[in-house]
Design a protein around this ligand. Structure first.
Ligand code: MN
Length: 530
C-alpha cells in the first residue's frame, strides 16, 4: 500500500500547507473507503493511494494529488459532495465531479459509458487537471486489470487503446500513452501481443551489443567535437506501436528501423543541430528519413531531431536528438507545464481568475481539439461553466452529436472526429491551426481571421504557391498572401470545407444563407454594407 510519506516525498517544492492538504485527503479517503475491497481482494483505498502517487510522480499540484486520493469517494456515495466541498474546496470538487462516473439510475450500459466520457471531456474544457487525474486512474486500473472479471477486461482494454491512449498522446504524454497501450495490448489481442514481444526480443538480442558499441563511439566522437552530452540512452519501441507498424509493413521486421533508437540529450537547441552534423558525418543517413520536429513540432508539442543512419556495428538505427526540456515534455507532455516548478511558487499570490486560467484547457489551443463540445450536456448538468469561447467546429459537432446523445455512436464519433478526421497545419510563425480533413487554404485563411479570408489573394504551402482548392495535409506550413483589392468568389463555396468559411464568403458576396451560390460574380462583387 502506498503510504502518505511516499506521496509527499514526490511533492518537490510543495509548501507545508500543500503537504497538510494531501495528508488530510489521504486520511479522509482511507476512512471513506473503509471496508470496501477491489476485485483483487485488496482494500479499495489501495487504488486511490496509487492514483495519487502517479499524479505526484507527474509533479502535479496538491489539489490534483488530493483529487486523486478522493476521486472515487463521491461515486460510491460514501462522501457527500457538500462535505467534500466543505473540507477540500470547490476546485477539488470540480475535478472529482469531472472524473466521477454517472450513477446507474439515469443511464445504462453503453449510454452510461458515453455519457461519462462526455462529461469528463466537458469538465476538461474548464480544467485540464480533470483529464490528468482520469489518466492516472486509468493507468492503475490497467495495471490491475487481470483481477477484473474476464468478461469486462476486453472492453476496458479496448477503450484504453482507442480513447485514453490517444488522449494521452494528444496531450503530449508520451510515456503515459505507451504504458497504457502496452498494458492494454495483451487483453485486446493476446496472440499478436505474444508475437510482437517475441519479435522485439529477438531483435533486441541481435542488436544489443552493436548498439552499446555505437552508443560509446558516438559519445566519444561528440565529446571530441566539443559537445556536452548530458545523457544517451537506448529506447525500445512500445509493443503496441511496434505491432501497428508491423501491420503497415506487412509484418516485415527488416523494414522497421526504430525498434531500438539511440537517444542523445544535449544542453541547447544549437547543440542538437551540431550533434546531428556529427552523426551525419560519421554515418550515412537514409534519405527521406530525417525529421526536424524542433523547427516543426508535432501537433501535440513533441520536439526532437530524428534521423536514421547506417552504422557498422548496429546496422540501420534511428537516432533521436533533443534537449532535456524536450525530453521531459515528450514524456510528461502537458503535465510538465503544470508542475510546481513550472507554475512557480507565486501561484498563491495570483488572483483566482489568473490561477484558474493556468489550468484552463482553453489556454492550450491544441487541447481544444480534444474537447467535444456537447454543450447540451454542460447546460443540463451545470458542469463546466467556464466554457464560453467554444470554437465553431466544436459547436457543429455538438449539433451533430446531440441527435445520438448518449449512444455508442457518440464514442465512435469521438474516435473518428478527433483522432483521424482533422489536420493540423502551421502558420509561418508556428502556431497550430486545427482544421477538418480536406480543408483548403481558404478555410485556413478564415480560421485565422475573417479579414484575411475576405482579402485572400494567394496561398503558399511549404513555400510553394498553390491553387485554392489544394487539400492541406498534416504539418503543412501555410502562408496567406493578402491584398485589399482581392475578394471572395462564389466558386470558393464549392471548395471550402468549414462552415465558418462558407458563412463569411456568403456574407462577403452579399448572399443570404438560403440562396444558391450565384454564377459568374467574380471581380466586381461589392461587400455587403452592414
Ligand atoms: Mn478510480
Amino acid at each position: 500500500m502506498t503510504t502518505v510519506k511516499e506521496i509527499v516525498a514526490l511533492m518537490e517544492g510543495a509548501s507545508p500547507e500543500d503537504i497538510a492538504f494531501v495528508e488530510k485527503a489521504y486520511e479522509y479517503s482511507k476512512k471513506a473507503h473503509e471496508g470496501q475491497t477491489r476485485y483483487s481482494g485488496e482494500p479499495y483505498f489501495v487504488h486511490a493511494a496509487a492514483t495519487a502517487k502517479i499524479l505526484a510522480e507527474y509533479g502535479m499540484d496538491a489539489t490534483t494529488i488530493a483529487a486523486g486520493l478522493l476521486h472515487d469517494a463521491v461515486e460510491d456515495g460514501r462522501v457527500s459532495r457538500t462535505d467534500m466541498e466543505k473540507e477540500f474546496g470547490k476546485e477539488l470538487l470540480f475535478i472529482v465531479d469531472g472524473v466521477t462516473k454517472l450513477g446507474t439510475h439515469k443511464y445504462r450500459g453503453a449510454e452510461r459509458h458515453a455519457e461519462s466520457l462526455r462529461r469528463l471531456l466537458v469538465a476538461t474544457a474548464s480544467d485540464i487537471r480533470v483529464l490528468i487525474v482520469k489518466l492516472a486512474d486509468r493507468k492503475h486500473n490497467m495495471q490491475t486489470l487481470e483481477h477484473v472479471p474476464e468478461n469486462k477486461r476486453g472492453r476496458i482494454a479496448l477503450e484504453t487503446l482507442e480513447i485514453y491512449a490517444p488522449i494521452a498522446d494528444r496531450l503530449g504524454m508520451g510515456k503515459m500513452k505507451s504504458i497504457l497501450e502496452d498494458l492494454a495490448f495483451p487483453f485486446v489481442d493476446p496472440d499478436a501481443a505474444r508475437h510482437t514481444a517475441e519479435v522485439r526480443k529477438l531483435k533486441t538480442e541481435e542488436t544489443e551489443d552493436g548498439l552499446t558499441k555505437l552508443q560509446k563511439e558516438l559519445k566519444q566522437e561528440l565529446t571530441k567535437k566539443g559537445l556536452t552530452i548530458l545523457r544517451t540512452d537506448i529506447r525500445m519501441k512500445g509493443l503496441w506501436s511496434l505491432h501497428k507498424k508491423l501491420e503497415r509493413k506487412n509484418d516485415d521486421i527488416n523494414l522497421i528501423h526504430d525498434i531500438a533508437a539511440l537517444r542523445i540529450v544535449v544542453p541547447t537547441i544549437e547543440d542538437c543541430y551540431a550533434a546531428l552534423g556529427v552523426v551525419h558525418a560519421l554515418y550515412k543517413p537514409l534519405p527521406g528519413e530525417f525529421k526536424d520536429y524542433i523547427a516543426f513540432p508535432k501537433p501535440n508539442g513533441y520536439r526532437s531531431l530524428h534521423t536514421t543512419v547506417v552504422t557498422h556495428d548496429a546496422g540501420i538505427v534511428e537516432i533521436q536528438i533533443r534537449t532535456e526540456e524536450m525530453h521531459r515534455d515528450a514524456q510528461f507532455g502537458i503535465a510538465s507545464h503544470m508542475t510546481y516548478k513550472q507554475l512557480g511558487k507565486g501561484i498563491e499570490k495570483l488572483g483566482k481568475e489568473e490561477q484558474k486560467s493556468r489550468f484552463s484547457s482553453l489556454s492550450f489551443s491544441w487541447v481544444r481539439s480534444l474537447i467535444p463540445s456537447l454543450m447540451r450536456v454542460s447546460k443540463s448538468d451545470g458542469g463546466a461553466k467556464g466554457v464560453t469561447k467554444v470554437p465553431p467546429w466544436l459547436a457543429e459537432l455538438a449539433d451533430a452529436h446531440s441527435e445520438v446523445a448518449g449512444s455508442q455512436e457518440f464514442v465512435e464519433g469521438l474516435k473518428e472526429d478527433f483522432f483521424s478526421h482533422r489536420v493540423f497545419v502551421f502558420t509561418p510563425k508556428g502556431d497550430v491551426i486545427d482544421l477538418p480533413a480536406q480543408s483548403t487554404p481558404i478555410d485556413f485563411a478564415y480560421a485565422i481571421h475573417s479579414g484575411l479570408g475576405d482579402h485572400l489573394q494567394g496561398a503558399k504551402v511549404n513555400g510553394k504557391l498553390v491553387s485554392f482548392d489544394t487539400e492541406l495535409g498534416n504539418g503543412d506550413v501555410v502562408e496567406i498572401i493578402r491584398r485589399d483589392s482581392a475578394h471572395p468568389s462564389a466558386k470558393w463555396l464549392e471548395i471550402v470545407r468549414t462552415s465558418l468559411a462558407r458563412r463569411h464568403i456568403r456574407s462577403a458576396l452579399g448572399m443570404n444563407e438560403q440562396s444558391k451560390p450565384p454564377r459568374r460574380q467574380r471581380r466586381f462583387w461589392k461587400k455587403k454594407a452592414n
